[in-house]
Write a new protein. Structure first.
Length: 430
């Protein structure tokens, strides 16, 4: 039976989804991105070689896997062309393997200018966006004025519509934000390369995916960012502008919800967050610094240092519920090696009351985490590929997560490389 597996982040992004997508792509015919844009940064390390992808699905590193960008993704023509070039320079064939929905909204220069102007105007209330124009591009989509990939095919219409939309956004840039407007010719130029290469990329994605399923072949849906950056379910307004939860895989690709068979939720063994916004288990002490250093916690897109903290099960359980997560993959277990005592947040205190679940993210920054303490391990777990070889205390840590989340752990990642993985159950074989 063909299976469609959705991989999503269960925290604030950067959980290591790219590595898992890459690992599981040898079981599939297609990998599909369904939301986000080039704000994502998926780091893949294959036999020591590191590649960072922003827009193209992580399946691109396996030959014969079709890479599909669904309608839920916003596409920057320049970022896409740059990424295709980078991959081809490394000898990775992209042409013929990449398919894009005509309904993907474009991210253009005025979106970037608006993103940056808004962030600057927000001062202390800034979101800490990646500055890539993602939010304004989704705004245009919802406002029904976006230029989309399919519009590139009709040159005269495209240039006329572009003129109108540039004028509109330039008015806001100039008159409201008091910043430099964008240059129409430069925006047009940004689209030229993609326009001349777009024909063979555009595909009816829902029908393509339906066909693949009918042929009894597996599909992997690759989420970007994480549950608490979801525009509806995240720590609003400190979120990204798309649905990062599993439902987004359906609306963002045109595959009906009953054709998504399994959701693999990715969580780090601790927690990180880039950008501003509440983070109850954040550690500003030596352990936080240690996690950042050991885990090389710098954003793959902006190189900003990530904030680090203990694993938060109140948040994780919520992510599991919202996305009907079937099982977990715990990444970066090795980063906890050598820490004497580990903490897991199991509830919050707020206003003198204990909350095992929390629905109002507005009060998150005033919540005190309640922790359980578990003994750490001194042994090195980096690179371990067999569960039985993990130290006793590392296994106890994982078992505690399973017990408190009520779902199994299928995969444990013990290093950045594809090979450094313990696979307990294969999501495609269940
Ligand atoms: P935007 O997506 O650029 O609008 O940024 C909104 C928020 O999402 C900011 O806090 C970003 O740091 C965060 N964000 C966006 N993409 C990623 C990602 O791939 N990993 C982690 N955080 C992200």
């Amino acid at each position: 039976m063909a299976k469609s597996v959705v991989i999503i982040g269960c925290q604030w992004g950067d959980e290591g989804k790219g590595k898992l997508v890459d690992l599981l792509t040898d079981r599939v015919s297609a990998v599909v991105r369904f939301q986000g844009g080039h704000n994502a940064g998926h780091t893949l390390v294959i036999r020591g070689r590191k590649i960072i992808l922003h827009l193209i699905p992580s399946g691109i590193l396996r030959e014969d896997v079709l890479c599909v960008i669904g309608n839920g993704v916003v596409i920057s023509p320049s970022a896409l062309m740059e990424e295709i070039k980078m991959l081809e320079q490394q000898g990775i064939l992209v042409k013929g393997r990449l398919k894009i929905s005509s309904a993907c909204p474009l991210v253009l220069l005025y979106h970037v200018a608006l993103d940056r102007a808004r962030e600057a105007a927000r001062c202390k209330q800034a979101i800490g966006t990646t500055g890539r124009g993602i939010g304004p591009a989704y705004e245009d989509k919802i406002a029904r004025r976006a230029l989309r990939v399919g519009d590139l095919l009709d040159e005269s219409n495209f240039t006329a519509n572009l003129r109108e939309i540039v004028d509109y956004h330039n008015f806001i840039l100039r008159e409201y934000y008091r910043v430099e407007p964008v240059n129409y010719d430069q925006v047009l130029e940004q689209t030229l390369e993609l326009r001349s290469n777009i024909d063979h990329l555009i595909t009816d994605v829902p029908m393509l995916l339906a066909q693949i399923r009918q042929q009894n072949k597996n599909i992997l849906f690759e989420g970007a960012q994480g549950a608490f950056l979801d525009i509806d379910h995240g720590t609003y307004p400190y979120v990204t502008s798309s649905n990062t939860t599993a439902g987004g895989a359906s609306t963002g690709s045109g595959v009906g919800p009953l054709h998504l068979d399994y959701v693999l939720g990715i969580t780090k063994a601790y927690t990180t967050r880039v950008g501003y916004g509440p983070f109850p288990t954040e550690l500003k002490d030596d352990i936080g610094i240690h996690l950042a250093k050991r885990g090389q916690e710098f954003g793959a897109t902006t190189n900003r240092p990530r904030r680090c903290g203990w694993l938060d099960l109140v948040a994780l359980r919520r992510a599991i519920t919202i996305s009907s997560v079937s099982s977990l993959c715990v990444t970066k277990l090795d980063v906890l090696d050598g820490i004497e005592s580990l903490h897991i947040c199991i509830a919050y205190y707020y206003n003198g009351q204990r909350f095992d679940l929390l629905s109002d993210s507005k009060i998150l920054d005033r919540c005190e985490p309640i922790y359980i303490e578990l003994p750490g391990w001194q042994e090195i777990t980096a690179g371990i590929t067999e569960y039985d070889q993990l130290p006793h205390n590392a296994r106890s840590y994982l078992q505690k997560i399973e017990e408190l989340c009520g779902i199994p752990i299928d995969i444990v990642s013990t290093g950045a490389d594809r090979e450094q993985t313990v696979v307990l159950r294969d999501p495609f074989a269940i």
